[in-house]
Every structure is written in structure tokens, then in C-alpha cells.
Design a binder for this molecule. Structure first.
Ligand code: SAH
Length: 403
């Protein structure tokens, strides 16, 4: 009871006029909007968010060290944030993905943070292994409840934590990884579009695989037949295997990470139907390698460019824009007349309109007559809450180079 009363006293009062974003159901409260904090909450505690006029707007997770001072769990003023609330959110996310079930895929993003009403909580499923990534003080507070709910889903044999994203430091949290439930199999393998992939859940990027590109890999598969393909920033070979499965004549794949390329090679071997010596792997820096390929007069019918996040936030946008322009310019130069470029950006700091401008600038400088013939976004298990535009990070263009 004493604990319940203390919780009632934890209040975050907004400055006058700073409640608008909450009324629009945006889940972040920035430090600049906070008038005062009452009841001495510590990071992870639930606070009642109150407008200057006294209206209770939300229940949110407090984060003492972060510029994002609180993240909303619920806009229902009377909601109780407890293990049952967390479990309900996780069950709601699972139910929303039911219609997406498809026997060709055993990988799925189960929890997509703010867009699933669970700020700072990411969970990806690879077969019977779930990898969870907690990156906010509130997520950290409810870690046990999150893991328990994930472990209770049918067929889950292991929950592995990969809470080692750099953003945790902004919330005053250190990195943590390890098994939280069950046992991690020696090898984690899952199916995407009928192709097998091994995932390095312990040390791979993000949770080990880029599930957000699933639909786009299928699009490349459908475009690849008979083409000479270049896959830049190939990571563990997702677009490479997709292009080979689609009947590409040859696929050249490039990445600067030796570990990623080793796993990409393993992934190719896991799919004997794709054998046949059509794959070439290059360990290189993309910026230098594309220029060298041009010097060697190489050319391709289909180029995939899926670089890392050059601009995590808008503050990095300018430098990132130069990097995007550079790789797109060289990719367009390597493209044969009539060829296709599938170009992506996963930078939150670069929106779709700016990305299109950058690619247009690259085409101009490459003296390429080019047109957009398709657009790409994340697969449906990565929802983007309309109230949370920050969730709209992955965009892509399919560009046709004029003959
Ligand atoms: N397309 C991949 C995901 C790409 S992630 C998929 O579908 O799974 C971005 C990749 O870019 C990472 O594998 C990283 O190792 C690689 N990378 C980062 N900087 C690079 C550089 N300068 N040159 C080449 N590769 C780079």
C-alpha cells in the first residue's frame, strides 16, 4: 500500500502549452517540456504526466538521465502499469502479427518499440529463439515481465538478451547480453521466403538479422532473373541469396565485415539449391571498391545498396547525405543502360523526401537519366504508428537508368 501511495505521488508536470504532442499521442516527453518532477522518481519509475492545467495526460516511464525524460506507456490516465499491463501489450503485438503468418518464414519482429506501445522494447523471433533488446529505463524496469511474457509464447525455447545498443548510454544504462530463458542452441537457423539463414544472435548486428528488409528481398528476388547483380553492404547475404533464388546470372556481394561475409558464405552453403558458382564475395570498403570497379570497367544490370545507418538523428544528416550521394553516384555509374538500382536508407535522420533529393543529385552528377519505378518500406511486422513518425526510418527507391 505504501508503495502504491508513493507511486501516486510521482508526477511529471509539463510547462504551460507543452502538452500538444501528448494530445497527438506522441510517446516522448523531452526535458525542455518539463516544468517540475514531484515524488522523487528514479529512472524506470512510472510517473503521471500532468498538463499545466492539472489534466492527467498519460502514464509514462521516467528517465532521469535522458533528454527524452519520459516515455508513455499509456494515454489512459487511470491505467496501472504492472506486469499484467506489459503482458497485455505483448499479447496485443502478437495478435496483430497473426494475419502475417506464412510457413515460408520462421522469423518475425514480435515487438517494435514505440509503435507497439512498448517504448524501448525490440524483440525478434528466429525459429524458436527470441532475441530481445531493451534500450530505455522503462523497458529495463519491466525486463522480467517482458521476458516472462515472451517465453510464454508457444514454441519459444530460448530468450536471449542483446541490450548492447549504444543508445542505452543515453538512458544511463550499461550494455548487457546473455541467455534469459532456456538454452541457446549452438546454431540458430530460421527460414525467410523458404531460404535458410543462420543468425549470429550473440554478436551479429542489431539482433542478428535485418528482418525489416524481408519484403524488399522478395522484390529483388522477383527482379533478378538473368541479371548480373551487385549487392553492396551485403551483411550476411540476404539480398544475395534472394537474387540467386530469383535466377540471377551472377551476384557480386561486398561488405567491409569479414565476420558478416563468413556467415554469408555459410548461408549460401545452407541452401544447396543456390549452388553453382554464381556468387562472388568481396571484403572491401564500399566507397573505395565501387570506384575501383568503375576503373576496371565493370558493369551490372541490378545494383542493391543497403548501407548502414549513416544518420541516426537529424544532427548527422548533412554528413550522411554526402555519404549517401557518393555511393548512389558510383552505383549509378556501374549500372548498365536500362539497369535497376534498389537503393535504401535506414537513417532516422533522413526522411523519404530528402533521400529522394539525394538520389536525384547523385543521378545528375552521374549524368544518368533516371526514374523512380518503385518504392520500398519495412515489412508489416515493423509497424509505424502514425503518431510516431520517428518510427519511419527505412525507405528505399527502385530506380531505372535510362537506356
Ligand atoms: N542488406 C543487408 C543489411 C546491411 S547492414 C541485409 O539485407 O541483411 C549494413 C552493412 O554495411 C553491414 O554488414 C556493415 O558491415 C556494412 N558496412 C558498413 N560500412 C561499410 C563500408 N564502408 N563498406 C562496406 N561495407 C560496410
Amino acid at each position: 500500500m505504501a508503495e502504491a501511495r508513493a507511486a501516486d505521488r510521482r508526477v511529471l508536470r509539463l510547462k504551460p502549452g507543452r502538452e500538444k504532442s501528448l494530445r497527438h499521442r506522441h510517446p516522448w516527453i523531452f526535458s525542455g517540456a518539463v516544468d517540475r518532477v514531484e515524488g522523487d522518481p528514479v529512472s524506470g519509475d512510472t510517473v503521471r504526466v500532468v498538463a499545466a492545467d492539472g489534466t492527467v495526460l498519460a502514464q509514462a516511464a521516467y528517465s532521469a538521465d535522458s533528454q527524452i525524460r519520459a516515455r508513455v506507456w499509456s494515454f489512459d490516465a487511470g491505467a496501472t502499469i504492472d506486469a499484467a499491463f506489459i503482458r497485455q501489450r505483448i499479447e496485443r503485438a502478437a495478435a496483430s502479427r497473426e494475419p502475417l503468418r506464412d510457413p515460408r518464414h520462421t522469423g518475425c519482429r514480435l515487438l517494435h518499440g514505440e509503435s507497439d506501445g512498448l517504448p524501448g522494447v525490440i524483440a525478434d523471433r528466429y525459429g524458436d529463439v527470441v532475441v530481445v533488446q531493451l534500450s530505455s529505463a522503462g523497458a529495463e524496469r519491466w525486463r522480467d515481465a517482458i521476458v516472462e511474457a515472451l517465453a510464454a509464447a508457444p514454441g519459444v525455447a530460448c530468450v536471449f538478451e542483446r541490450s548492447d545498443a549504444e543508445v542505452r548510454a543515453l538512458e544511463g544504462l550499461g550494455p548487457r547480453t546473455g541467455v534469459l530463458h532456456g538454452q541457446l542452441p549452438a546454431s540458430v537457423v530460421f527460414l525467410e521466403d523458404g531460404l535458410s539463414y543462420r543468425v549470429d544472435v550473440v554478436a551479429g548486428q542489431k539482433t542478428g538479422f535485418y528482418l525489416d528488409q524481408r519484403d524488399n528481398r522478395r522484390a529483388i528476388r522477383a527482379l533478378a532473373s538473368g541479371r548480373d547483380v551487385l549487392n553492396v553492404f551485403c551483411y550476411t547475404g540476404g539480398f544475395t541469396l534472394s537474387a540467386l533464388a530469383g535466377g540471377a546470372a551472377r551476384v557480386t556481394s561486398l561488405d567491409s565485415s569479414q565476420g558478416a561475409l563468413a556467415l554469408a558464405g555459410e548461408n549460401l552453403a545452407l541452401n544447396p539449391a543456390l549452388a553453382g558458382g554464381r556468387a562472388e564475395w568481396l571484403e572491401a570498403d564500399a566507397f573505395a571498391a565501387l570506384r575501383r570497379m568503375r576503373d576496371a570497367a565493370r558493369s551490372f544490370d541490378l545494383v542493391v545498396l543497403d548501407p548502414p545507418k549513416f544518420a541516426p538523428t537529424a544532427a548527422h544528416a548533412e554528413r550522411a547525405a554526402r555519404a549517401y550521394k557518393d555511393v548512389n553516384l558510383w552505383a549509378l555509374k556501374l549500372l548498365r543502360p536500362g539497369g535497376l538500382l534498389a537503393t535504401f536508407s535506414c537513417s532516422g535522420g533522413i526522411d523519404a523526401a530528402l533521400f529522394q533529393k539525394i538520389v536525384a543529385g547523385a543521378a545528375l552528377d552521374a549524368h544518368a537519366d533516371a526514374a523512380i519505378v518503385g518504392r520500398f518500406g519495412p515489412s508489416a511486422d515493423h509497424p509505424i504508428a502514425l503518431a510516431f513518425p520517428e518510427g519511419d526510418y527505412l525507405k528505399g527507391l527502385l530506380i531505372r537508368k535510362g537506356a
